[in-house]
Design a protein around this ligand. Structure first.
Ligand SMILES: Cc1ncc(COP(=O)(O)O)c(C=O)c1O
Length: 398
């Protein structure tokens, strides 16, 4: 039998492979351009600045943003979330989030609680579907609530949250809604206006298929003045001023910026815009429906979160009777060359809500734009094979 090729099923952590144009753009910048945006009036520095402008334009088009809405580049989604959360929530303020949210939301909130008396509530979802009830979010908003921050889709179960309904409740009470689109940007069509959101944080390196080290905070125009800076420093502009400029993009982008990463991200966004996110979503929904159907009859196998493809993204967490999550991931790699991720996935409250903490979490497989139906079948067959072996013989298989 020919050796199996390695099958990457961890797109929820970072996407792989990337469109070939991404590596090419990174190479081009490193090998033939090399300028740093805003640092010089020579051609290479200007070209580098243009990359950022074009990337902002592509992101505006992707998220239905207007020309004067803001886009700040960040290191990753965590960095973008920190900027929005710490920049908007005042000392002693209140925040609403959910138990389905990631540590990149929960830990900044814990730090603010410790350092500046911020209080926060995490709404618990339905334990089966892991979806939130929009009324529970609306009821948690108080007069001193400064922000609602929620993940669009869970990085554990793939459950899509009813953001449109939640956004309407936030608007009615005039509380800004920050969407953590780490698992949806590039996977699910997102339009600020249609969804009713105010701010969005996302990685450039997951569904947007850019390089690691890229992230984005996008926000409606009014928030440019309201968000306080997290970092201050040189911007290559207004250098005579002692304070950080208030103008965008300089306000939130001090220091030399990641032009190499942004060159790759721009190439990835062009690839996505050419195909259309709706087409990527349709493909991933087809894969999700096929996966659910193929694994639903497997004895000793349990899938968590919604089963309907239109209520989820292609992020699946599961358990196999008699095996620990880390054993499932290890066997998938050693026997089937399938790469997945076991544990709590940086979302401890989500696992607590599902009752999966004591077992060490779950094993997660996640699809991307390049995942094929044959890949999904290979994963489902591997899981059927693992579920069919008794725990003791499974251990011997390693
Ligand atoms: C829902 C969610 N939010 C935030 C993050 C953090 O993203 P990054 O690794 O780009 O900081 C992740 C990463 O897995 C995530 O899944």
């Amino acid at each position: 039998m020919p050796p199996l090729s390695r099958l990457y099923m961890d797109n929820a952590a970072t996407s792989f492979p990337k469109p070939p144009a991404v590596a090419q753009a990174v190479f081009e910048h490193l090998a033939h351009s090399g300028g740093s945006a805003g640092r010089g009036a020579y051609r290479e520095a200007i070209e580098s600045g243009r990359l950022f402008d074009r990337c902002r334009a592509a992101l505006r088009s992707l998220f239905g943003l207007r020309a004067n809405d803001g886009i700040a580049f960040a290191l990753n989604c965590t960095d973008a979330l920190n900027l929005a959360i710490k920049g908007l929530v005042p000392t002693g303020g209140h925040v609403v989030t959910s138990a389905m949210d990631h540590n990149s939301v929960l830990r900044p909130l814990s730090a603010l609680a410790e350092r500046s008396g911020v209080r926060w509530d995490a709404i618990v979802p339905n334990a089966e579907t892991t979806r939130l009830d929009p009324r529970a979010v609306a009821d948690a908003i108080r007069p001193d609530t400064a922000l609602v921050v929620l993940s669009h889709a869970s990085n554990v179960t793939g459950a899509l949250q009813p953001i449109r309904e939640i956004a309407a409740a936030c608007r009615a009470q005039q509380v800004p809604l920050l969407l953590d689109a780490a698992q949806t940007a590039g996977h699910v069509p997102i339009d600020f206006e249609k969804l009713g959101i105010d701010l969005l944080a996302c990685p450039g390196h997951k569904g947007l298929m850019g390089p690691l080290g890229t992230g984005v905070l996008a926000f409606c125009q009014e928030f440019a003045a309201r968000i306080r800076t997290l970092r201050e420093g040189g911007t290559g502009s207004s250098s005579e001023l002692p304070n950080q400029p208030e103008s965008l993009p300089d306000k939130f982008e001090p220091g030399s910026q990641n032009a190499v990463g942004v060159a790759g991200l721009l190439a990835a966004l062009e690839w996505i815009l050419e195909r259309g996110v709706a087409a990527i979503r349709a493909h991933e929904m087809e894969l999700s429906a096929a996966f659910v159907e193929r694994v639903s009859g497997i004895d000793g196998f349990r899938l968590y979160g919604p089963i309907e493809a239109d209520r989820r993204v292609g992020v699946f967490s599961f358990s196999v009777d008699g095996l620990e999550p880390s054993e499932v991931a290890a066997l998938l790699e050693s026997r089937f060359e399938i790469l997945t991720r076991a544990g709590l996935h940086c979302a401890p409250l989500a696992h607590r809500a599902m009752g999966t903490v004591a077992n060490g979490g779950l094993t997660r497989a996640s699809f991307g734009a390049f995942t094929t139906m044959a890949d999904v079948e290979r994963l489902a067959d591997a899981l059927a094979s693992l579920s069919g072996v008794a725990p003791t013989s499974a251990r011997r298989l390693r």
